[in-house]
Design a protein around this ligand. Structure first.
Ligand SMILES: [Mg+2]
Length: 321
């Protein structure tokens, strides 16, 4: 704990006491400010394989998946806590490598590590991370969508799932090109913190969710929370087309692959042209992929007409990575 405190312990305005007492202390006295809290657990052999991710990658990814949830609320991440359970052998160097990967992303995102726990695991590695974030310009919920809203996604869909496929086939390294992008997306996802906060602050986002389990599953979640249906225009999806070279279907990967950690956002149709003009160049690409409709269920618009799109993304109790 002392090593983590000295080398990786966070500092920030508002933080009164970080790691080192029984609990962290921070100040939240701003009027109109709302806070969000989220936690996510990564369990070896369920959520990741130790042979496929280096400790640095796991440190990055454990933080990234939580930052992605904060981004999907339109909040700015501020504080993080991490609880690790590790097998005895090599624990000290493993912890230092984990936090080296963590720190790169934490610094860029302005997140201070303010606490956590260390324990020994009789089995595999377990990592539980909690992130707190704040917003002074409103929170964006999954439930805010209305029929007629246009749906947009950031980035490319299916890249991380293609990376998982490469890992399963024993491919751990790639110097460049599509394989490197896919492995990078799987090991070091880039949470869309800036975009999420911008979409909320600028008032374009009416409903938002991050894509952790695949578009088909996460869009169904947004629809169900908003009591609407949706139509997805398959031809507009920002696909990772290179995956077809590995015998994979880029459309299936985009719909059901998961772990993209991109944002899916519903925007009132009347505001969409302004969004497309105002969207900042330095952000990842933003693609319009469909719209919310009255009723229930998600359908896919294809060249041969609409068909139902069942949620087939990742499910912890009916699938495994
Ligand atoms: Mg989420």
């Amino acid at each position: 704990v002392e090593l983590v405190r000295r080398r990786f312990g966070g500092r920030s305005r508002g933080l009164v006491r970080g790691i080192g007492d029984d609990a962290a202390v921070f100040r939240t006295a701003r009027p109109g400010e709302l806070w969000v809290a989220t936690t996510d657990m990564l369990v070896e052999k369920v959520d990741f394989r130790a042979g496929w991710l280096r400790p640095e990658d796991l440190g990055h990814k454990a933080l990234a998946v939580n930052l992605s949830d904060v981004a999907a609320m339109g909040a700015v991440p501020r504080y993080a806590l991490a609880a690790l359970a590790l097998p005895r052998s090599g624990a000290a160097s493993w912890i230092a490598r984990f936090y080296r990967g963590w720190t790169g992303l934490a610094r860029r995102s302005g997140v201070a590590l303010i606490g956590g726990d260390l324990s020994r695991s009789p089995g595999g590695i377990q990592v539980a991370v909690t992130v707190l974030g704040s917003s002074r310009s409103g929170i964006v919920y999954r439930s805010g969508g209305r029929p007629g809203d246009l749906l947009y996604v950031t980035g490319t869909l299916g890249c991380a799932a293609a990376g998982l496929h490469l890992l399963r086939r024993g491919r751990r390294r790639a110097v460049g090109g599509a394989a490197r992008r896919a492995l990078q997306a799987q090991a070091r996802p880039e949470p869309r913190c800036e975009v999420g906060a911008w979409l909320a602050r600028s008032g374009f986002a009416r409903a938002m969710i991050d894509l952790s389990d695949g578009l088909s599953t996460d869009l169904a979640r947004l629809c169900s929370a908003s009591s609407v249906g949706a139509e997805v225009d398959i031809e507009r999806l920002p696909l990772f087309r290179e995956a077809s070279g590995w015998g994979l279907d880029p459309v299936r990967l985009a719909l059901d692959g998961g772990e993209d950690y991109e944002l899916l956002v519903a925007v009132p149709a009347a505001r969409a042209p302004r969004l497309e003009r105002a969207y900042l160049r330095r952000f990842p690409p933003l693609t319009r992929i469909g719209r919310l409709v009255a009723g229930r269920g998600v359908s896919a618009l294809t060249g041969s007409g609409p068909r139902r799109l069942p949620p087939r993304g990742f499910d912890h109790f009916f699938g495994g990575r």
